[in-house]
Design a binder for this molecule. Sequence first.
Ligand code: PMP
Length: 423
Amino acid sequence: MSQHTPSGGTTSGTTPTTAAGTRLDPWLGAYADRTHGMRASEIRALFAVANRPEVVSLAGGMPNLDGLPLDVIADVAQRVVATRGRTALQYGSGQGDETLREQILDVMRLEGIHAHPDDVVVTTGSQQALDLVTRLFVNPGDVIVAEAPSYVGALGVFRAYQADVVHVPLDVDGLVPAALEETLTRLAAEGRRVKLLYTVPNFHNPAGVTLSAERRPQILEICRRHGVLVLEDNPYGLLGFDGDPIPAMRSLDEDGVIYLGSFSKTFAPGYRVGWAVAPHAVREKLVLASESAILCPSNASQLAISAYLSTCDWRGQIKAFREMYRERRDAMMGALAEHLPDATWTVPDGGFYTWVRLPDGLDAKAMLPRAVTARVAYVPGTAFYADGQGSDQMRLSFCYPTPERIREGVRRLAGVVAGESEL
Ligand code: PMP
């Protein structure tokens, strides 16, 4: 039997192959323009090697779940199905379970956010919220302003919607207001349409820095003046190592901010539950967009998290996570000072990551295969820019390996860097 291919030819029932035996994609001519920018992230390609047990992976951002009481959580989930199975296993509300939305308000209050359950849209991780917000606001060619560097998963979404990402520098106090002002003024003069400022204000992925309390109102004022909506992505905000959380940007501005939260880092990513808080009209559109994408978020996940929040000491669990990650941060900072004194790096007050600048303009991407051979992995800096910057930079994460393995990983990395300098 022969088939028509989208390019107009026919095949004889089997997908054509190249001489090397690789399958050709018969639908190559059919893909939508928006797929042209889609590619596997540099992190994805790395995971296969980085997960080998002999490799110390300072690459991934996987939360460390060792501290979770799995027996208690299993019990909670079991009880949900036993007592509310017909709801848990059924379709649910597109906006998300109402009880969970109320509990999310308790979580957000820790960062000064006061909202109504109606303002909250539950999503399949905050990653889906990033997709929905971009889908709502961004036409091909619209500009999204984002920190330099930025979360690789957000850049992937922005690329898929054919946005033009313009980076604005950050320093140890986060996004630099004067640089933002200058960029927005220049873009306006060029007649560009800026739709969003995408920012990770707390314990930035990948830069490890936090937007200072002083800068938050300044950034909001600049965006308000330029008519730019702020997309505040905050999965790490409750994982600070010292002191109380800095009030969220959303706590200072209800109309100009879409806030994204997640249970992935403070509880468990496997349930895939995050949320968005948006101004009223935006929220209604978010629900419609989410319903068209997924009908509704998983009731089983939402009810399990809701029961966890109401029956377990989730604040105590977050405190335990903070202590575990602080110990790992200290191990990484100590090892960097000992083994890589010629590099520079950020000192994170929370979260999972530090951002390292290599000495002598070394190329982190070119160095990666040699690092993997030396049994250590990281993510090269270029992954976190839309415009090819960052070759002498890298993200190191300290969330997953033990302090001992972190020290060993940095020692191996220093050996690779020393070898590069001699090349
Ligand atoms: N935003 C940032 C900054 C992240 O680091 C991550 C996860 N690495 C996400 C969003 C997505 O998280 P999730 O979908 O698991 O909530």
